[in-house]
Design a protein around this ligand. Structure first.
Ligand SMILES: Nc1ncnc2c1ncn2[C@@H]1O[C@H](COP(=O)(O)OP(=O)(O)O)[C@@H](O)[C@H]1O
Ligand SMILES: [Mg+2]
Length: 246
């Protein structure tokens, strides 16, 4: 079943044509690698899917229904969670507050149920991060986490709130090798849980390890769509160099 379908989507920012008729789809329990050069329009495409920007032209379907008006709130209600390239965590806030940001659990008086939120955050920290960072607790600031741990927290958050689609925009770009590997294992967990993921990365080795299908975008258009079963890492690399100028 197709969860997301974009047909001939256009998006401009003033004179800049970020998307010029892009096509894209994502099926249930599919991991799609969204690839292309810097400035190709990848982040703009995922921002349309996550409700950050409206599209100018084209058709956007969610579970077969045409979307006319969308917003980050509606995306979330439709269980689409995005870890944006421009980071979505507040540096100086406690980890637990970040975890429940926009989704606080309140008690009968309308106050945030801090005890519950801290307890749940601790569980995720133990599960996803193994609490390896010395002395890290739900009360620690986000800034005390490493890049990989932050990605782990963001992905853990998406899983906790039972997202159906998890979008990761360059999650490993700033990470060391062992931390990237951790993110890759989180993505495998997304797949194991029957959920779907859009992964943007320049690291073809990473994306080849986890994705079922690759969508290559070039200058705001879909250039190539290829199944993992029909290619190998060398071939994919060659296509990217030839078609997308990477
Ligand atoms: N908010 C914005 N305002 C103006 N131009 C933008 C904005 N977001 C993206 N762009 C432009 O749109 C094009 C595509 O950008 P982007 O989607 O970020 O590409 P990618 O993620 O593939 O590197 C670029 O030329 C970029 O400068
Ligand atoms: Mg980008």
């Amino acid at each position: 079943m197709e969860i997301i379908r974009l047909e001939n989507i256009w998006k401009s920012f003033g004179k800049i044509h970020a998307l010029e008729g892009v096509n894209f789809s994502l099926k249930k329990n599919e991991i799609v690698g969204l690839l292309g050069d810097n400035g190709a329009g990848k982040s703009t495409l995922v921002k349309i899917i996550s409700g950050v920007f409206p599209h100018d032209k084209g058709n956007f379907y969610l579970n077969g229904e045409k979307i006319e008006k969308f917003s980050p709130k509606l995306a979330r209600q439709n269980r689409i969670e995005t870890v944006h390239q421009d980071r979505s965590l507040a540096e100086n806030q406690a980890i637990w507050r970040n975890f429940f940001m926009g989704r606080h659990k309140t008690n009968f008086l309308g106050f945030i149920d801090k005890k519950f939120e801290k307890k749940e955050t601790l569980k995720i920290l133990q599960k996803n991060l193994g609490l390896k960072g010395v002395g890290i607790t739900p009360d620690s600031p986000v800034s005390s986490l490493s890049g990989g741990e932050r990605q782990g927290l963001s992905i853990g958050r998406a899983m906790y709130f039972d997202s159906e689609v998890i979008i990761l925009d360059e999650p490993t770009t700033a990470l060391a090798q062992n931390e990237s590997q951790k993110v890759i294992s989180f993505i495998k967990e997304i797949k194991n849980q029957g959920k779907s993921c859009i992964l943007i990365t320049h690291n073809l080795r990473h994306v080849f390890e986890v994705a079922d299908r690759f969508v290559i975008v070039s200058r705001g258009k879909t250039d190539t769509i290829i199944n993992k079963a029909d290619t190998d890492l060398d071939n994919l690399t060659k296509i990217l160099i030839d078609h997308a100028g990477i």
